[in-house]
Design a protein around this ligand. Structure first.
Ligand SMILES: [Zn+2]
Ligand SMILES: [Zn+2]
Length: 256
């Protein structure tokens, strides 16, 4: 079982439940040594109460998390972070956020403030998403790519062009010594029939086949939106079984 989880949300994003400290207490119970909070980043001009922290509440979030980090320091290592989307015109803001927290993970849910990729995604959109993730890595904003296959929620099939987009992301991950996440929350959306068989939309087997062939480092991310998720360590085994046959390069420790 993995000793760390860097993908944890809080009620502040509008679609998670539970108290901050319940996440921490459950992580301790489950034997995690490191728990990272990665709340959905708020952006000036993009208040979306169901999706992310209000922009003006970011400071209070960081402050509270650093208090909890101190409070629990003898029991578990808390890391304070955010899950962000990369937008070229927000690069300065992202650099500023980076300077105010321990780490950032890129979870590219959206093309822009108006279009989320799970609400429909063309091959052009996947190419665009790949460029956003690659830019985030090359700008050294992050070394952790959350659910690179999230876009499959908005697509019917995984095409040749998508394979190439994933391969480009893998190259950027490797040259930046970054990791790709097997997102354990994705399994709750269930499986669909694809030309290559029944698969989860994400974590998507055909995507991880490329990741395995590219030799990228991979980790599990619980993407917890409910404290109870951190008690269910069997999710790792279920995902591992799903990825059977792939030579994935799991790592034992990760310091973000
Ligand atoms: Zn979320
Ligand atoms: Zn996400």
């Amino acid at each position: 079982m993995q000793s760390f989880n860097y993908h944890t949300h809080t009620v502040r994003c509008g679609h998670a439940v539970g108290k901050d400290e319940e996440y921490i207490q459950n992580a301790i119970k489950s034997g995690f040594q490191v728990l990272g909070f990665s709340e959905h980043l708020g952006y000036d001009g993009w208040d979306d109460p169901q999706e992310r922290i209000p922009f003006l509440e970011m400071d209070a979030y960081f402050q509270r998390m650093y208090e909890l980090k101190e409070k629990y320091k003898d029991q578990i290592e808390i890391r304070v972070g955010v899950e962000f989307e990369y937008f070229e015109d927000k690069k300065e803001y992202l650099k500023d956020v980076q300077s105010r927290c321990d780490y950032m993970i890129v979870g590219q849910h959206a093309k822009n403030f108006d279009h989320y990729y799970d609400h429909g995604c063309s091959d052009d959109d996947v190419d665009y998403m790949a460029e956003q993730i690659i830019a985030a890595l090359d700008a050294k904003l992050t070394t952790y790519v959350a659910h690179v296959d999230y876009f499959m929620l908005g697509k019917e099939d995984f095409t040749k062009r998508n394979e190439e987009a994933i391969a480009r992301i893998c190259d950027a991950v490797n040259r930046n010594d970054a990791v790709l996440e097997i997102n354990l929350k994705g399994m709750k959306y269930g499986k669909k029939v694809y030309p290559t068989g029944m698969q989860y939309m994400y974590p998507h087997y055909d995507v991880f086949k490329i990741i395995a062939n590219k030799g990228c480092k991979v980790v599990f991310g619980y993407d917890a939106h409910n404290p109870s998720v951190l008690l269910d360590r069997s999710l790792e085994q279920i995902a591992q079984k799903e990825m059977q046959g792939l030579q994935l390069h799991f790592i034992d420790t990760l310091k973000l």
